[in-house]
Design a protein around this ligand. Structure first.
Ligand code: SF4
Length: 343
């Protein structure tokens, strides 16, 4: 985040000038505004710093010659979507010769954006809504500018259906925020700056440093975690041994052609349990002419979930299905992984 913020500040500095600064001045601004926070080591920070200098050099070489000042840079917007206030910033807005607008958002992502990503990017859709509400002009081009490769990845503006879907989403999210329903969802940016409030990380604050005595429940539960993991690994080892022993008995029974073995205190009986099934096409061939095929067709929920993700199904049907989805049962699930150094 520090890296992205520094690069954004430099791009803003370059674009906001009436006449763009020479390269030396841009790099000097970069040095003076470098944010050091968040890097794992001095080496990593230096690596990023060199990388950023290279990005800015490429950007300057492309945009300095024939520089056209944008219509707006780092411009804030504050719009109303059916009573919900939405606030944000445009990185860059240009007025095209046709009279329409082009919106550009600068990104420091490592990988280039795919056509599919661009076509579905919600941020760009919201920019289009905001620009059209702010200036009353049509948006004609949306761009995510990939700074690392100095590539503008552009797409045409969104159609009515996509704009309406984004507006509905804004209303839905606002309504959930009002209800206090915004569960933490782990993603690629975890841990973020709000870990103190996050159910996935809050425990670290309860156990931090000398804040709590050793006998505190927050510390004790951490010890239970270690005992849980150790028991799990012992069970795995025992399961492996159990399976090997089971195989020895099965192989013996099959080789000797016997169905029961006697130990000193126990006996084990060997059964070959057979599971039967049917070939769907063959059954259909038999039942369809007799008008009985419908009797074996059931309701398949996994197919309903597939419909939900199918873009060819009309939007209003998918929304009705989404609204009809219910939690039928829930069960606790514990996922174990080793802690990272950062945590
Ligand atoms: S750390 Fe928690 S609050 Fe932050 S992004 Fe991850 S899940 Fe969300």
């Amino acid at each position: 985040m520090s890296f992205g913020t520094t690069i954004h500040a430099c791009i803003e500095y370059f674009l906001k000038a009436r006449t763009p600064p020479p390269l030396e001045k841009l790099l000097d601004y970069y040095e003076k505004n470098w944010l050091s926070g968040g890097y794992a080591s001095a080496e990593e920070e230096q690596g990023y710093k060199d990388y950023g200098r290279q990005i800015l050099r490429q950007f300057w070489e492309t945009h300095y010659p024939g520089f056209h000042p944008p219509a707006a840079v780092e411009k804030s917007f504050y719009i109303d979507v059916e009573g919900v206030k939405v606030q944000g910033f445009f990185d860059r807005v240009d007025k095209l010769p046709s009279g329409g607008l082009a919106i550009t958002d600068y990104k420091t992502n490592r990988e280039l954006f795919t056509t599919e990503y661009l076509a579905n990017n919600l941020q760009l859709t919201i920019y289009q809504i905001a620009a059209e509400k702010t200036w009353g002009l049509p948006v004609e081009r949306l761009t995510l500018y990939h700074l690392v490769t100095n590539t503008p990845c552009s797409c045409p503006p969104r159609g009515r259906e996509q704009v309406e879907a984004a507006q509905r989403l804004i209303l839905e999210v606002a309504e959930k925020i009002t209800r206090g329903h915004f569960p933490a969802v782990e993603n690629d940016t975890c841990p973020c700056d709000f870990t103190e409030h996050c159910p996935y990380y809050r425990h670290l604050y309860l156990t931090a440093g000398e804040v709590l005595p050793k006998e505190s429940p927050a510390v004790a539960i951490g010890e239970v975690v270690e005992s849980y993991v150790s028991l799990q690994s012992r069970i795995k080892e025992l399961e492996k041994q159990l399976e090997e022993t089971r195989q020895t008995i099965i192989e013996y029974c099959e080789k000797e052609g016997i169905s029961r073995i006697f130990g000193t205190r126990h006996e084990v009986t060997y059964h070959l349990v057979k599971r039967t099934g049917f070939d769907e096409e063959e059954v259909r061939r038999i039942l369809e002419p007799a008008d009985l095929w419908g009797r074996v067709l059931g309701f398949d929920e996994s197919l309903v979930k597939k419909l939900l993700a199918d873009g060819t199904v009309p939007g209003h049907i998918r929304r009705q299905l989404e609204a009809a989805e219910r939690i039928i049962s829930s069960h606790p699930y514990l996922r174990v992984r080793p802690r990272t150094e950062e945590e």
